[in-house]
Design a protein around this ligand. Sequence first.
Ligand SMILES: Nc1ncnc2c1ncn2[C@@H]1O[C@H](COP(=O)(O)OP(=O)(O)OP(=O)(O)O)[C@@H](O)[C@H]1O
Ligand SMILES: [Mg+2]
Length: 236
Amino acid sequence: MSITIAVANQKGGCGKTTTCMNLAGGLSAAGFRVLVVDADPQGSATEWRNRSEESLLRFDVVAMSTSSIHKELPKILSNSTYEVALIDCPPGTETKGFGTVTRSALLASDFVLIPTRPTPIDFLATQIMIPVLSDVVTIKPELQVFLVLNAKHANNRLGKTAKEGAIAMFSDQGIHIRVLDAEIHDRTPFAEAPATGQTVVEFAPSSKASEEILTLTKEVIARCLVAQPEEQLLKT
Ligand SMILES: Nc1ncnc2c1ncn2[C@@H]1O[C@H](COP(=O)(O)OP(=O)(O)OP(=O)(O)O)[C@@H](O)[C@H]1O
Ligand SMILES: [Mg+2]
């Protein structure tokens, strides 16, 4: 059985592809068989993969920017040995067929990670996700939603209070949205890695960027991929 995680935010440029591809790198390094689904017609994840003819990535990337991901992806996964599928969603609220690509990706998913830059204006822009999340959660109440703080600046006031700010902004939206403990800072290797065809885990293995991705990976494994015994769940 495989787990599907959408990396989504209809707000553009918040770090969906960066988070998705580097998390895929982290999960592959941890031994998981990973498929990245490039659901963005801009094709950023595919472009990243195609920087060199022979892929330098330890996971596969497939392009699928349609409103039927929730129908197509389960078929692909059931005929494969992938353990995790990560969907890199597009920005925007476009309508295609019966719904949006993002809606279809969420319908296909067990979890959704929403990267957001850690400022009040970005939190407000990220609330663009609430209608589609509400819609999908009505159909699929088991969908678990997490915010990932991305591109933080370490030492300013906004950075220091970002998590509390995010919790406050998303606590009364009618959907249970949690904020991951792992946080990603604004770091040069994140911007440099895509052009090399690698993720930061291979491109800059001893960097803080890679360290942060491995911490994010551990949290995602613990929260999304490792089935916890019922007894333990009851205690938490
Ligand atoms: N933590 C970070 N540190 C440094 N640069 C970052 C970080 N996160 C993202 N970036 C840079 O910001 C830009 C936008 O990031 P990215 O492409 O991941 O966003 P996106 O949400 O996928 O965008 P789109 O909505 O267009 O798909 C890229 O140039 C990327 O390299
Ligand atoms: Mg993108």
